[in-house]
Design a protein around this ligand. Structure first.
Ligand SMILES: *Cc1c(COP(=O)(O)O)cnc(C)c1O
Length: 225
C-alpha cells in the first residue's frame, strides 16, 4: 500500500522535526498508530513498515486485533467501561484513559486477581469540555494521592485530548498546560506514581504537541487516511 508507506514517512519526518524543535530526538517519542478505523490486514502492513505500537478505543476490537497480532504493543486509548476491565487487563500494554476513581478501583481489583501490575495514564480534561472524559486539573493532586493506596495500578503519566480545532496551533495552550501539570506533580513523590509519559497530540496537532513536550502521540487519519 503505497499511501500507507508515504503517510508514515511524512509523519515520521514531522515527528523528527518537531522533536528537534523541542531539543529532543525522534527516538524519545513513541508513535502510536491508531488503527480503530482499519482492518487487521492494514495493521499488519503498518507493522511490516516498522510500527510497533497500535491504539484502539474499543476493548473488543483491541482483543480481536491483538489475537491476530500479539507481538506488537496494544494501547487502550478510548473510554473504558468498568464492566470491560476484565477484558483489557493483561492485553493492553498501557491504558491511556483512566478518567475516574471507580475505574482505578476496578482496575486494581483485577490486578489483584491476576497478580499483575496495570500501567495507566490519567486522562485530564484540560479544556473542561463537558462532553469529554477526564478529570479536572484541580482534581489531580487528590487522585494521585489516593492512588498511593492502590496496589496494582501504576500511574505513568497524563493523557489529554485537545478540543477539535481547524488549526493544530490552537491546541498549544492545552498541551502547554498538561506539560506544566506534569512538571508540578513530578516533584511530589506519590507511591505508585511515576510521571514519565505525556500522551498528547493526534493527526491535526501532533507536531505542536511534541514541541510542547509530548513523548507519546496517537495518530490515526494522518497514517491510515
Ligand atoms: C481516534 C483517536 C485518535 C487518533 O485521531 P486522528 O485524528 O485520526 O489522528 C487519538 N486519540 C484518541 C483517544 C482517539 O480516539
Amino acid at each position: 500500500m503505497k499511501n500507507l508507506r508515504d503517510n508514515l514517512q511524512t509523519v515520521k519526518q514531522n515527528i523528527e522535526r518537531a522533536a528537534l524543535h523541542s531539543g529532543r530526538k525522534a527516538s524519545e517519542i513513541t508513535l502510536i498508530a491508531v488503527s480503530k478505523t482499519v482492518d487487521i490486514d492494514t495493521v499488519k502492513l503498518a507493522c511490516d513498515l516498522g510500527i510497533s505500537d497500535f491504539g484502539e478505543n474499543r476493548v473488543a476490537e483491541l482483543g480481536r486485533k491483538r489475537e491476530a497480532l500479539p507481538a506488537v504493543n496494544w494501547h487502550m486509548i478510548g473510554r473504558l467501561q468498568s464492566n470491560k476491565v476484565k477484558d483489557v487487563v493483561g492485553k493492553a500494554c498501557l491504558i491511556h484513559s483512566l478518567d475516574r476513581w471507580n475505574l482505578a478501583q476496578e482496575l486494581d481489583k483485577r490486578g489483584q486477581v491476576l497478580a499483575q501490575s496495570i500501567p495507566a495514564l490519567l486522562q485530564i480534561n484540560i479544556a473542561g469540555e463537558e462532553q469529554k472524559a477526564g478529570i479536572a486539573p484541580g482534581e489531580v493532586h487528590d487522585f494521585l494521592d489516593a492512588s498511593s493506596g492502590l496496589s496494582w495500578v501504576k500511574i505513568f503519566g497524563f493523557m489529554t485530548i485537545a478540543p477539535l480545532f481547524e488549526d493544530g496551533e490552537a491546541s498549544r495552550p492545552v498541551f502547554r498546560e498538561l506539560f506544566q501539570l506534569k512538571k508540578k506533580f513530578s516533584d511530589n513523590s506519590y507511591r505508585n506514581v511515576d510521571l514519565r509519559f505525556l500522551s498528547m497530540g493526534m493527526s491535526q496537532d501532533y507536531e505542536v504537541a511534541i514541541e510542547e513536550g509530548a513523548n507519546i502521540v496517537r495518530i490515526g487519519s494522518a497514517i491510515f487516511g
